[in-house]
Design a protein. Structure first.
Lengths: 241, 241
DNA sequence: GTTCGCGAGATTGTCAACAGTTGTCGGGCA
DNA sequence: TGCCCGACAACTGTTGACAATCTCGCGAAC
């Protein structure tokens, strides 16, 4: 499990562009990056609720930066789909409706399927081992019904596949999309019995990769996200407090 | 593959986000939008070559805006993947390498396949007519070897399918990706005999949509972009003057 | 001839202040 | 009471100035 964490960091394909989600980039150098990362994290953590207004002056105080900085940071988040800005009305945390979340899951389904197929072509024995470790952890998490650990491993499992796929463009787009639906998606894994089914689906994906069978990997991943979509669609629209 | 495609079928235009490429937004209101649209257009038109430095002061003079505006506009273009910024070193037009262009075509392949499948589920007779008109135009363009008309119709054909698909998220991502590879892709259609093959592929896609056959539409679209990718890979790396 | 140090100029990063727009609150009127 | 309207407050949009950093050419030392 421990090595797995390291691996995810090294994503670098043919892509000159830096990773979209600089969440981990807390370096004490670039103020703007620090601010945008901070706001992003707060949104993803639910600290700023969807629909909530993001007032520039408040963010300035919060992060100890000037308004120009905050302004650019907000623009970056707009491009990531986390924030929306209306002229003369300011910025708010973007509300992702259920139908829109379904759109996003559909897109993810295709991109993750691509990643899985490529991963099945390119995986090394070390990659196999990494996936195996994570699956072992996920199995344990299901047994103990530890949702937080499960969510973490789930994310890392998908991230590993994307890394193995070697397609940095695909990885970047998925990173961006993931940020928009974390909230909705967590609800799915709260449904009783969902974890066991999900674990099974993940194992199917991993087995296809071990077998270096791209088509099977693609199909398995598609089915996995397809069921996620179904479960999501079955949820009643939730209201945020 | 078939059930997977069906599952998430009922998605409709749920996207609150405006289109990413505000190219057409020449409204005399929002300065920042005007500037970013102008720079984007200049890049796409090849007026600013890949790798060229974009100096803020020059852009200010060019578009009659202040540096803050130009700065935000550049940030927007960074998020679209058209520009890259290095701290204290400024902005340059991003160079899309051939391997990266291949990555992008791969991603497009999956997303356009999704759009085609959904379009085959949702198309109306009016949509059919629209596609038929475009194909007629493309046929004529091939006969007269009019590359410019062909390129225009080709873009509109794909755009129509995306519109019909109703998945705004997918459409936005494709818009963004398209901007990054126009240059490379144009080279492909310059190859002798390519147009005839391409026309054939487009007709296959359209026929699957007329027949309301999502699987066939998806397959046809995948094959289409798959050959684009192959042709692209066969090109020798080009150097920009 | 080559390499290293070092200013001068160019360019970007950050900030505080000014201008413009939107929403709200309280008073006057039917 | 209910409605219109003007003034005020709260924000956002835009600008120009100042500080920090990089680049490039020049001269000196080896």
């Amino acid at each position: 499990m421990s090595e797995a964490t390291e691996a995810v960091g090294l994503v670098e394909g043919a892509s000159g562009q830096p990773t979209a989600n600089g969440t981990a980039a807390g370096g004490g150098e670039d103020i703007e990056a620090r601010v945008s990362a901070g706001i992003r994290q707060a949104i993803l953590a639910g600290e700023y609720a969807p629909g909530q207004r993001l007032i520039e002056a408040e963010l300035c105080a919060e992060f100890g930066a000037s308004r120009s900085i905050v302004r650019v940071a907000l623009q970056v988040l707009v491009s990531e789909g986390l924030v929306e800005i209306q002229r003369h009305k300011g910025a708010r945390v973007r509300v992702i409706s259920l139908p829109e979340a379904l759109e996003i899951v559909e897109v993810r389904m295709m991109l993750e399927a691509l990643a899985a197929a490529r991963a099945a072509q390119l995986a090394t024995p070390e990659d196999d081992a990494e996936l195996r470790d994570m699956l072992a952890g996920m199995r344990k998490a299901v047994e103990t019904t530890d949702l937080l650990v499960w969510r973490d491993l789930n994310e890392r499992f998908h991230a590993s596949i994307q890394r193995i796929s070697g397609n940095g463009t695909c990885t970047r787009m998925l990173e961006r999309l993931r940020g928009q639906v974390v909230r909705h998606q967590f609800q799915v894994s709260l449904q009783p019995g969902r974890l066991v089914v999900s674990l099974d689906e993940h194992e199917k994906i991993a087995n296809a990769i071990y077998a270096r069978d791209p088509e099977a990997a693609e199909t398995a991943m598609r089915e996995h996200l397809s069921t996620v979509g179904e479960k999501l669609a079955a949820l009643r629209p939730t209201r945020y407090p």
